[in-house]
Ligand binder design. Structure first.
Ligand SMILES: Cc1cc2nc3c(=O)[nH]c(=O)nc-3n(C[C@H](O)[C@H](O)[C@H](O)COP(=O)(O)O)c2cc1C
Length: 227
């Protein structure tokens, strides 16, 4: 299982160059993963969350939130099929590692309508025409950090393409929340598939044969929505 404070898997297939441009990914002491806005390059520090736009696919942004890498796996597949830049949403304060503690915290955040601050925003969101927006179902809702993302980025006028993984209970209100919070966007038919079920000890399920099955589901969906 990956926590927000831990490193992403070494076998991640996300285009690292694209990803670094947005994430400023840098290893930190303890094997962590710094998804801040700053990229350490030699002795210089440079802003990395404003990638240059040179090709058509640069108008595509794939935003995702993922705890146990199932939604990340779908983001990777989408990037392989469509291209574009990838941005991982990370809360400024990492969620608890312990599942039960996490569930209690998420329940409370949802009840209070709390939207946790993020480590980093996409500074040049206006540069993107199409935003894929992916999250696991949490508490039959969009996870709180993704609600934060929607309140901090204006997706009006863009094509927004939701995707989701869940433990078998569906998207809940996730896709509706995206529609409600993006009234001026062209929100397309979302993609949802079964991922893990941490409650029962199933973490990364979208790997090996299952990953290839999901790839087929994703390509069918992309064709259907003409992306
Ligand atoms: C805090 C929490 C709440 C969850 N709530 C639900 C839920 O309400 N319905 C559901 O089907 N799955 C639920 N799940 C399972 C995740 O949606 C599923 O494991 C998903 O694939 C995880 O995606 P990830 O690996 O990208 O984090 C929950 C998982 C967590 C950690």
């Amino acid at each position: 299982m990956r926590e927000n404070t831990l490193s992403t898997s070494n076998d991640s297939e996300i285009d690292r160059t694209s990803r670094r441009k947005l994430l400023g990914a840098a290893a930190v002491a303890g094997g962590g993963f710094l998804a801040g806005c700053i990229h350490q390059s030699g002795s210089e520090t440079e802003e990395q969350n404003t990638p240059s736009q040179t090709a058509d696919e640069d108008s595509v942004l794939i935003v995702f939130f993922s705890r146990t890498e199932n939604t990340q796996a779908v983001a990777e597949i989408i990037q392989q099929e469509v291209g574009g830049e990838v941005f991982e949403v990370l809360p400024a304060d990492p969620y608890p590692v312990d599942y039960d503690t996490l569930v209690s915290q998420v329940d409370q955040e949802n009840e209070e309508g709390y939207t946790p601050p993020l480590q980093c925003n996409v500074e040049n969101i206006e540069a993107y025409d199409t935003v894929f927006f992916g999250a696991p179902t949490w508490d039959m809702q969009l996870p709180p950090p993704m609600k934060t993302f929607l309140s901090e980025h204006d997706l009006g006028g863009k094509t927004v393409v939701p995707f989701n993984t869940n433990g078998g209970y569906g998207v809940g209100s996730s896709f509706q929340t995206i529609e409600d919070r993006c009234p001026d966007a062209d929100v397309r038919e979302g993609f949802s598939t079964r991922g893990g079920l941490e409650r029962d000890g199933v973490y990364l399920a979208i790997q090996d044969d299952r990953r290839e099955e999901v790839r087929t589901e994703v390509t069918d969906w992309l064709q259907r929505i003409r992306m």
